[in-house]
Design a protein around this ligand. Structure first.
Ligand SMILES: Cc1cc2nc3c(=O)[nH]c(=O)nc-3n(C[C@H](O)[C@H](O)[C@H](O)COP(=O)(O)OP(=O)(O)OC[C@H]3O[C@@H](n4cnc5c(N)ncnc54)[C@H](O)[C@@H]3O)c2cc1C
Length: 383
């Protein structure tokens, strides 16, 4: 059996941030930790999603980067001569994906954390004596401490879309090089839907079908929760009120102003079609996939229907968090969020980060800033 001081389950943005930050700033040697993730490369799930939707710049500011210092990315890029007019988009100096990834790869290389990644999915977590045992498909890893950084969960599909003909933009096996000259329906009205639609519309006839009109918002949640201003009041509330506030503070289905301008221009020159409607059902035959709206209108046929309808959440049924809650008897809120202590522990030496830690970290828990906030807490507990 493999043994380690710390096991990080999930090597995405959060898991990779913790691995780097703990080795750089909390006295961990690279050998002290193992990161388990089904993908072969640090933050690969994130890289793949960004690539699929054709994202060029992050939505968040350059301060929210993969180094522990908020100025790390700007300083690193300036030292290497990156043109800030190209790589840092105003407002908020939002970094290009190119510079964000180059900086991330530099941090991975200098900390040597990539050799600590092992391919695998944790199926079950169990406590034995003073250790946590993590069972993967092929092995069991014994760890003194565990951080669960398992990401936003499975892609979420509308009820009518659970059919093999319908894809989700974040399916693991979504094709990379799609064919040209196809008719494509993109379902959803958020940033992923519009970015993906813009990318596919270069070579295909794309229709965006959204339940609402275009909603503009610079960020995906109220930025007041990034700091103590709103977070303090949030944390003083009872759990059910915090759950309600998590919903009201998020801005789902919104896009930042620069993407809005691009989308409106594409719709105006008819390189993208846009309809506000709710889909009720689908049918498919040799001519393609036809969609029926709740107002009984028929749309299509389409060669492809791709949903960009978000994620189930990392604490949803079937997730490692949900099964651990049952197996270990750990407490959860009514909607399934782990009830964590202020040090982010859920059980003895078991910690949770990402969107699942939102009752302690607020609505930005699943974002890059959420990893910074979690690390500020975990570094003291773990070192
Ligand atoms: C296209 C896109 C753009 C975004 N842009 C921004 C942005 O600009 N700024 C911002 O702050 N946020 C952004 N976000 C939100 C957020 O930062 C990302 O979703 C980020 O990837 C979350 O990091 P994470 O580590 O929680 O999840 P992920 O990066 O998804 O990593 C989780 C990892 O855990 C693995 N895993 C899951 N279960 C297990 C298991 N049982 N065993 C082992 N491994 C497991 C997964 O395979 C995955 O590799 C964006 C999200 C998307 C989808």
């Amino acid at each position: 059996m493999v043994a380690t001081r710390l096991l990080i389950v999930g090597g995405g943005i959060h898991g990779t941030f913790f691995a780097g930050a703990l080795t750089q700033e909390a006295g961990f040697a690279a050998d002290d930790l193992i990161v388990l993730d089904p993908w072969h490369r640090p933050a690969q799930a994130w890289r793949r999603r960004c690539h699929t939707v054709g994202m060029t710049h992050l939505r968040s500011t350059s301060s929210h980067n993969m180094g522990t210092d908020f100025r790390s990315l700007r300083r690193w890029a300036a030292e290497r001569g990156y043109d800030s007019a190209v790589h840092f988009r105003e407002p908020y100096a939002r970094p290009s994906l190119e510079v964000f990834h180059a900086h991330l790869d530099y941090l991975i290389e200098t900390t040597g954390i990539d050799v600590r990644y092992r391919a695998g999915t944790v199926r079950k977590l169990r406590r034995k004596d003073q250790s946590w045992l993590a069972d993967t498909e092929t092995e069991t890893i014994a760890a003194e401490s565990v951080i669960l950084a398992t990401g936003p969960g499975k892609p979420k599909l509308p009820a009518w879309a659970h059919r093999p003909q319908i894809r989700h933009v974040y399916d693991d096996d979504i094709e990379d090089g799609e064919a040209d000259d196809r008719t494509v329906a993109v379902i959803g009205g958020g940033i992923s839907a519009w970015q993906y639609a813009c990318r596919r519309s270069v070579r295909n006839a794309v229709t965006v079908l959204s339940p609402h009109g275009i909603r503009r918002s610079m960020f995906d949640s109220d930025p007041g929760y990034m700091g103590p201003k709103k977070l303090r009041g949030f944390l003083q509330k009872a759990v059910p009120d915090r759950e309600a506030e998590l919903i009201s503070a998020r801005r789902p289905g919104s896009i930042p102003p620069d993407l809005e301008a691009k989308v409106r221009a594409s719709v105006a020159r008819k390189s993208l079609r846009f309809m506000v409607c709710d889909i009720r059902s689908m049918a498919s035959d040799t001519s393609g996939i036809t969609l029926t709206t709740t107002a009984s209108a028929t749309i299509g046929p389409f060669d492809e229907v791709v949903c960009a309808t978000g994620f189930c959440g990392q604490h949803a049924a079937g997730s490692l968090i949900a099964s651990t809650a049952v197996d270990a008897g750990f407490p959860c809120s009514v909607s399934g969020f782990p009830l964590l202590k202020p040090d982010l522990s859920w059980g003895e030496r078991l910690y949770v980060s990402g969107g699942a830690a939102a009752l302690m970290l607020g609505p930005t828990a699943g974002n890059i800033i959420g990893a910074h906030k979690a690390f500020a807490i975990l570094r003291n507990t773990l070192s």
